[in-house]
Design a protein around this ligand. Sequence first.
Ligand code: ADP
Ligand code: MG
Length: 359
Amino acid sequence: MTKNKLHVAVIFGGRSGEHEVSLMSARSVLSVLDPAKYEVTQIGITHDGAWLTGEDVLGAFESGRLEGLKSFVMTPDPSGVTRQPVDVFFPVLHGTFGEDGTMQGFFELADVAYVGAGVAGSSVGMDKGIFKDVMIANQIPVVDTMVVSRAEIEKDIVAVIEKAEKISGYPLFTKPANLGSSVGVTKCNSRSDLQEGLMEAASFDRRVLVQKGIMNAREIEVSVLGNNDPQASIPGEILPSREFYSYESKYIDGTSGLVIPAPLPQETAEQIRDYAVRAYKAIDCAGMARVDFFVEKETNRIYLNELNTIPGFTKISMYPKLWEASGLPYSKLVDRLIELALERKADRDRTLHTFRSRT
Ligand SMILES: Nc1ncnc2c1ncn2[C@@H]1O[C@H](COP(=O)(O)OP(=O)(O)O)[C@@H](O)[C@H]1O
Ligand SMILES: [Mg+2]
């Protein structure tokens, strides 16, 4: 039998707090995978970490009725659940155990092609503390930040507060080092806020960031796409519905606006795109990333805030919207990401894993 369709396994759900966001992104991705080109397998990961497959897995996850789904077993598949080996895995997973390098390590061990960044790019992109240090080493401007451990907070929170207050006056922001969707992020206007914020963030991670609050920060985002020669889209701007771009503002209000292109002086927009590509290369990113900036209103001063290796991916999310505005529609973007996954695998396959004498 000649095989003419590419077998793509879309993975969604997952063990992170962004499980539901992932289902929304997966709904959009699945809707555009052309059945003439792809054979699609759906794999849902439950909150508890079980991998399930079958018919309409996404529908089952959305309704919470998982009976009838079977366990997914990585190839070779003794159960015969997968009809042919998977050519490309497409993790549409946000946050912990999906976007942070752990899933990517699993793909590497299984020696399969997958969409997006590799192990190092994913984990450095996820860890806001280490990411900032890599940016500083590459002369990319970031917000003044201190990283503290949960152990330090538990041992002597007053000492941590005193040290944090040296970064800058209030407001300060506290956030877990490894999370997304603004979960555990607090804007602290006073010492008591800071104490609460530190404890809140420490409940979500072993390491916590305390950061100078950028007053009147505009939130500018750029989409980057590619492997060896990544390209940046035009920048877009987020208009949060609340005091800052909190979880509620992202997912509950439904009124945060996207402005594309972001109204910025040409020079600022170009500088932001350049930083985005440099940041992407610095952490050895691949496939895609959305790179988020703060721009101070009065001065147009730029700070790179974070890089998301699996950004929100619904049809109305910023990442695909920016590409659409740059001339690449959603379905073509999904095709391109699959191609990039295959290219990256081919490139990886060229790497020697055994010693070869040169004499
Ligand atoms: N230092 C800061 N100054 C001003 N606003 C901030 C700062 N840090 C975070 N924020 C606000 O909190 C939101 C979420 O923080 P962010 O670091 O992007 O975490 P997440 O990965 O959860 O999106 C930002 O989009 C912004 O609105
Ligand atoms: Mg963010």
